[in-house]
Design a protein around this ligand. Sequence first.
Ligand code: UGA
Length: 429
Amino acid sequence: MRLTVIGAGYVGLTSALAFAVVGHDVVCVERDPVRLSRLLRREDPLGEPGVGELLGQTAVRFVETDPEIDRADVVLVAVGTPMRPDGHADLVQVDEVSRSIAFGARPGAVVAIRSTVPVGTCDRLQTGALLHQLVVSNPEFLREGHALQDTFVPTRIVAGGPSAARAVVEALYAPLRERPCGSGVAAAQVPLIWTTSRSAELAKYAANGFLATKLSFVNEIANLADVVGADAGAVLRTMALDPRIGAGHLRPGLGWGGSCFPKDTRALAALAAGEGYDFIVLRAAIEQNNRQLAQFALMIERETPTDASIGLLGLAFKAGTADTRESPALALAHRLARTGRRVNAYDPAIRSTSDTAISRVDPDALAACTDADAVVVATEWPEFAALDLRALRDVTRGDLLVDGRAVIDPVRAAAAGFRYRGVGGLPAG
Ligand code: UGA
């Protein structure tokens, strides 16, 4: 099958590589000249595990525009849909790309929208710019840091659009639906749910909205556990054992961030509001997330002088990536810097930053925390759990250790001479 993938970000590049590995003929279009030249040199522009190796092993052709898009059986759209100031998704790139596909692709070609787009977008494209193609909503569920793994071994595939596109989509995914032995999943085939484009579009927002809501709930339970004198860890471990709840996304912290949850929850809330539907649970989850971060900042402000020096451990929005988009760590740094505190940081994946809230990025945790009045763990990197806390306490000025990611053992922290403040130690209300 001949594919044109438009956009070489996390979604487009990993899709292009995976479809090429399983035997499709893939051309990947990237308009950013810097990213394109790296791809032409077969260099990984994302820092995703496995991408560099696969770039060297597959025949994906990277181009600025695909002069042979008329040969494509399927055009996959994987361009950005960033958040507009009003919370809605910005569809400028999707619309622009759709116009060029309409011009170049053959009538009847399948256009699969992998980008996260509001409900109704595919219907609009089908009756508008892409009238002569078959528009299918085909959202992805990959996690940064596991992008290739999630593309090769997806938990599910959802696609929706005109029935004439169904066989093409099934043929496209057939080789990826065979689960490799030892993938740890019982079903023989990855489920492919064929539905309407509106349902597929909503399925994407529903998944991210639910996971974000789960995390906000988890953070509330952790906060409440402290108020009532319960052990949040034990409570959450017990919850995790209920298969209906599941163990994933149960770690409390200073809040959720990244390029997806903040954008998609706001877009979903805005979508609902635009239809006159008040999505109260989701609104509360978003509000809780803002409050969670604000309360961490407040706690640190209460316990340190205004001219304090803060050793910030972690800048990325989560462990396993160098991505700082909508990072709670950076949001916290901004709040602290605004009140006059100096923030020196260390992150295993980030060597420098132009972010004005960060005074300095150090090459290791001890350097970032030297003479600090407080140490704040803001990203769940495993190496922070294994820190030599006595050595850390030896270099800090103050004894406050704020664990915003529930990765440090409070008993070890106390034994090393720290005053430990975890997720549960926030001011109530
Ligand atoms: C998220 C979803 O998990 C993917 O399924 C989805 O495909 C993707 O968005 C997307 O829409 O493209 P990602 O943004 O890579 O993936 O990050 P997550 O691993 O979900 O983490 C999001 C945030 O939640 C991070 O800030 C992380 O630190 C936080 N988190 C996660 C917790 O605080 N606790 C947890 O237990 C898990």
